[in-house]
Ligand binder design. Structure first.
Ligand code: DX5
Ligand code: ZN
Length: 213
């Protein structure tokens, strides 16, 4: 199980220190929740923030774009050092073209599925996908409870995606919910509040990995 801490729950007065600490603590990638105040209510990080933090770490950077018209911003996040760009179908006029664009700029592509969005939306672009981000909560904030109906979606994805694709669950992950997601076939999780409310990040990351075995 890959564990991808979300910087949304980090202490924003010391993001750099938090990033270095997460790398030392065994994080597999860093999840950046980019929100534009329109696709979701909150506003968070822009590409400059990510570019500055790129200099501090070699970890994979996953940029989760919770923004309208994500295609408009892809080049900036690619130049900032993103490794994976994740878009929401609801925010893209043409999902296939958005995924294609991510691939054409040399990055890995991900599509995020909101809790009410079925897997069918991916039917004609599965072969172009490196990751599906199953939202365990409605996007917009950390600290919400996992929506159990998403377990079925995780299992469905296993049968339609190529074996190399990452099935990552974002939202509501803790030492218990990670077990259920792993059983259904998830091989990656994003974690915000569970890791950051623990003063020992290494212990929290290790627990998520251990409980998914
Ligand atoms: C929600 C974000 C998540 C969030 C997860 O919109 O996409 O990445 O930070 O936070 P927790 O782990 O606290 O649910
Ligand atoms: Zn996210």
């Amino acid at each position: 199980m890959l564990v991808c801490p979300s910087m949304l729950s980090a202490n924003s007065t010391k993001l750099g220190e938090e990033l270095i600490n997460l790398e030392k603590s065994g994080a597999d990638s860093i999840h950046w929740d980019v929100m534009d105040g329109s696709f979701v209510e909150a506003i968070t990080f822009g590409h400059h923030v990510i570019a500055d933090h790129r200099k501090l770490s070699n970890l994979r950077f996953d940029v989760h774009l919770m923004v309208e018209n994500p295609e408009k911003h892809m080049e900036n996040f690619a130049q900032a050092g993103a490794d994976v760009i994740i878009v929401h179908p609801e925010a893209c006029g043409r999902l296939h073209s958005a995924v294609d664009r991510i691939k054409s700029i040399g990055l890995k592509s991900g599509v995020a599925l909101n809790p009410a969005t079925p897997v069918d939306v991916l039917k004609y672009c599965v072969d172009e996908l490196d990751m599906v981000l199953v939202m365990g909560v409605n996007p917009g904030s950390s600290g919400q409870s996992f929506i159990e109906s998403q377990l079925k979606k995780i299992a469905q994805l296993g049968s339609i995606l190529p074996p190399s694709a990452e099935i990552c669950v974002d939202g509501g992950m803790n030492d218990q919910t990670v077990k259920e997601c792993a059983k259904c076939g998830a091989n990656s999780v994003v974690s915000g509040s569970y890791i950051f409310k623990n003063s020992d990040y290494a212990a929290a990351i290790a627990k998520l990995k251990e409980n998914s075995r």
